[in-house]
Write a protein that binds this ligand. Sequence first.
Ligand code: ZN
Length: 132
Amino acid sequence: MKKIEHIGIAVSNLEFSNDLFSKLLGKEHYKIETVESEGVKTSFFVVGETKIELVESSRYDSAIAKFIEKKGQGMHHMAFHVDDIKKELERLNKEGFKQIGDIKEGADNKLICFLHPKSTNGVLIELCQEKE
Ligand code: ZN
């Protein structure tokens, strides 16, 4: 893994949180993107080498909706940049980490896959590879 690509934060109102984080970070978000397949609407801020991703549920039954219902808003996942997501998953599976589902298209032009927090000390980890 190369670096922390972004930190994902679950929010219940993207418009409100966009304002809040632009005040906090002293800059505007650079994109808003809906990922239909995940049932989320996301917003991205650049902070130095990494990004902040605000994630709002766009469907009542999405994973984010369930997360917020259970735990409330807050830190949701940490995403690592990888060069070859397939290879990295192979390595991690061999080490006993459990991936959630298959590799899929994520926001911000990425191929992504999540690791189950039960296998990673309670931290939801996302791997992301830049799409060509
Ligand atoms: Zn993410």
